[in-house]
Design a binder for this molecule. Structure first.
Ligand code: SF4
Ligand code: SF4
Ligand code: SF4
Ligand code: FES
Length: 714
């Protein structure tokens, strides 16, 4: 549509109120507050009448003096308190104010106190009077601003961030990297991913993708294949002639030692290096990667992918020292004499025991030692019959590895149901397709050695009372014991923390061996020592360790800069609700279109080798899948005034709105309007009114909107 006065350039698109755009009537709101400024109390109105009586026409041109926050300030007559404060470099929060428009004084975010008058007035709409004493920050003002923003937020609805990225423990900007793939800009995609997940190739393969469970696409058909797209971006980068390397600042002159080269340690190394610090990773083994290298079989995570993610870290100048076990090969004193800070990320690599008779007889091995051995000796023979106990990824990985090593029968014994298994869903399905048998609701009670064979006795379980996790506790059914014969029994019921690292660092550890640090900052009681990842949280998802590595880097950087070590405050978030609770019209953005399948080897082929099972998207299939994304993130997230104010006055809060009676999104070729994000500040309407008959720059109008209600179409 041709708009009067429009040019083809996006930056100079024009919108004329007298033009033919339907937006005037149908898209832009006409708030009461804009047409008739409303104030919340009569006394304020009277005060404004008085202050406006001393406007420039009524006074001489002498400067006026006032005091703001104890500072003497002078202004020309006709200036508002907001003008005076801004001129003096004092910030007063505003929402409905726009410097090119008449103030309406309607949102009350700019409220200030007139000392000695017992009055609170909006700074944007109150003229300075001689001798005024103004305070812009105090408890009463914060409380009033909080109430104002709460009232405004109640009328507002929308997703600041997509539920996918809110669910990602590392806070990956999923909508933006998917959008980059949809535009065939793989370089931009990997750059966005590495802002939160430096090990993109690894996590793109092993993460169970809790983000996909919350994807809004559930409201139409199936979630977007976020993880497969992340892997695609990482693989494209790995294959490119010039890999993405983040820009590095000047060297800070500070040195950090990191103990452990698992996901937490490597992530912390990446982000600390990006702050300009010299980083050395101390690894007890001969190669970096920790459990990612030895605890995850090659058919899920090829070594080349680990090397590829590590290559970026090496290219950034991160040093790796191998055979450097902390506490023996490298002492705390040695670290202290060479480094300014220490980050302990030693993981949770000690296998938990089943606590049943016979579990230490030959032929019974832990899941992690079985996987480690098979990584070094892929020709080892576990025998024809293998029994695995446990329901996590290690149990499933061990079972699938045993099949590849030639076992003809692999049985997993699990004390709850398959549905309750903590292992990745996709992995469980792949294991079943490969011939693994899962026996639900059974628990091992005894292992015996019978000549050349092992025999495991198990008992059937039924559901008891809910435990502390809310799940029903499995309880044994008396007299239901049965036995299974096996050549190898693999116990994979969990991992624990080895408290040796805490001892070597002389910091405290908990009853489970976990290192005790401040849960927010990950700083220990010894200020220069930090710890994070599984050695603090207990065995958890790799993506949780990545999140902790990033948090630790933030804290360590503050420590090295001599600043108070405080955690980053999460920003306010508005949400439409859970994955399928967005307004119906929101889901109509896209038509149903099933997931683009991620190609993989057939069970017949893959069980004969350790080749990677999933082969990944091509450029075209990745783009097709990326285009399924609903782009739930608000277009204004980077500069939304409402979110900024809500983050300041309603910290760490998530506002969820399930009812959407007023939802609509109107879009034309020039501008789009999301009604429920509008807070009726009236800026757009005043702009149209004030420029009546003349052309309005739509870019300026959308930029002036303090929320994401108005935007230029992407
Ligand atoms: S308009 Fe602002 S507060 Fe509302 S969803 Fe967008 S970014 Fe969040
Ligand atoms: S549709 Fe896209 S932006 Fe929305 S939740 Fe799913 S992946 Fe995230
Ligand atoms: S929030 Fe945006 S759309 Fe709503 S009245 Fe203000 S400027 Fe207009
Ligand atoms: S009342 Fe001053 S910014 Fe809204």
């Amino acid at each position: 549509m041709q708009i009067p006065g429009a040019t083809s350039s996006r930056m100079s698109r024009r919108f004329s109120r007298s033009g033919s755009s339907p937006l005037t009537a149908a898209v832009l709101p006409v708030p009461v507050s804009a047409a008739q400024p409303q104030h919340r109390c009569g006394s304020l109105k009277r005060w404004q009448t008085i202050s406006k009586a001393t406007s420039p026409e009524d006074t001489d041109m002498n400067e006026l003096s006032l005091t703001i926050n104890g500072r003497p300030v002078t202004v020309a007559p006709g200036a508002t308190i907001l003008d005076a404060a801004t001129g003096a470099g004092i910030e007063i929060p505003t929402l409905c104010f726009n410097k090119s428009l008449d103030a309406t004084g309607s949102c009350w975010m700019c409220i200030v106190e007139l000392k000695g008058k017992n009055r609170f007035v909006p700074a944007c709409d109150t003229l300075v009077m001689e001798g005024m004493v103004v305070e812009t920050e105090n408890e009463a003002l914060s409380s009033m601003r909080r109430q104002s923003i709460e009232r405004i937020i109640e009328q507002h609805s929308g997703d600041c961030m997509g539920p996918c990225e809110l669910t990602c423990p590392a806070g990956c900007d999923i909508p933006d990297f998917i959008d980059a793939i949809a535009r065939h800009d793989e370089r931009e995609a990997i750059k966005i991913i590495k802002e939160s997940i430096p090990l993109a190739g690894i996590l793109g393969r092993i993460c169970p993708a809790p983000c996909e469970d919350e994807c809004r696409r559930h409201g139409i058909d199936n979630p977007v294949s976020i993880c497969a797209l992340k892997r695609y971006a990482a693989d494209s980068d790995a294959q490119s002639s010039e890999r993405y390397l983040p820009e590095l600042p000047e060297n800070s002159g500070k040195k950090v030692a990191i103990v452990g080269s698992g996901p937490a340690g490597l992530t912390a190394a990446f982000f600390l290096r990006r702050k300009g610090h010299a980083v050395t990773v101390l690894e007890s083994g001969t190669e970096a990667g920790g459990m990612m290298r030895y605890g995850i079989p090659r058919f899920r995570l090829p070594e080349s992918v680990i090397e590829s993610d590590l290559a970026t870290l090496r290219d950034m100048g991160i040093e790796f020292r191998f055979n450097s076990e902390f506490g023996t090969a490298v002492t705390l004193n040695a670290v202290k004499s060479e480094f300014d800070a220490l980050f302990l990320a030693v993981g949770a690599q000690k296998a938990s025991t089943m606590n049943i008779p016979g579990e230490d007889i030959p032929g019974v091995v832990s899941g992690i030692s079985f996987l480690r051995k098979s990584a070094f000796a892929p020709q080892m023979l576990p025998g024809a019959r293998v029994v695995v106990t446990g329901g996590g990824n290690t149990a499933i990985d061990a079972a699938r590895t045993a099949i590849r090593l030639g076992a003809s029968s692999v049985t997993i014994l699990y004390r709850r149901t398959i549905k309750d298994m903590p292992a990745n869903r996709a992995e469980i399905e792949e294991a079943l397709a490969e011939g693994v048998t899962i026996v639900e609701r059974v628990a091992p009670t005894l292992i015996r050695s019978l000549n050349d064979l092992l025999e495991i006795t198990a008992i059937k379980m039924e559901q008891g009372e809910p435990d502390e996790s809310g799940r029903r506790r499995p309880v044994p059914v008396p007299g239901s014991e049965f036995t299974v014969k096996a050549d190898t029994i693999i116990s994979a019921i969990g991992q624990k923390v080895d408290s040796a690292a805490a001892g070597a660092a002389a910091i405290e550890s908990g009853s489970g061996g976990e290192l005790l640090v401040d849960p927010e900052t990950l700083q220990s009681e010894t200020p220069w020592i930090f710890a994070g990842g599984d050695c603090v949280s207990g065995a958890d998802l790799a993506i949780q360790a990545v999140a902790q590595g990033k948090r630790a880097a933030h804290s360590i950087d503050l420590f090295l800069s001599g600043k108070p070590v405080v955690a980053e405050k999460p920003a306010f978030n508005s949400s439409f609700g859970a994955r399928d609770e967005a307004p119906e019209a929101f889901y109509q953005k896209k038509s149903p279109a099933g997931r683009v399948p991620v190609p993989e080897l057939t069970p017949e082929v893959r069980t004969t080798c350790f080749d990677e099972v999933v082969t990944g998207y091509t450029a075209e299939s990745a783009r097709e899948e990326a285009l399924r994304c609903l782009q739930c993130r608000c277009n204004a997230i980077a500069d939304c005034r409402l979110r900024e104010l809500a983050s300041r006055y309603l910290p760490s809060r998530i506002t969820v709105q399930h009812d959407h009676p007023g939802f609509y999104k109107a879009e034309s070729a020039e501008i789009s309007m999301e009604r429920e994000k509008c807070v009726d500040c009236g800026i757009c309407v005043r702009m149209i009114e004030q420029l009546h008959g003349t052309a309005i720059d739509l870019t300026i109008m959308t930029e002036s909107c303090p929320t994401g209600a108005l935007s230029l179409p992407g």
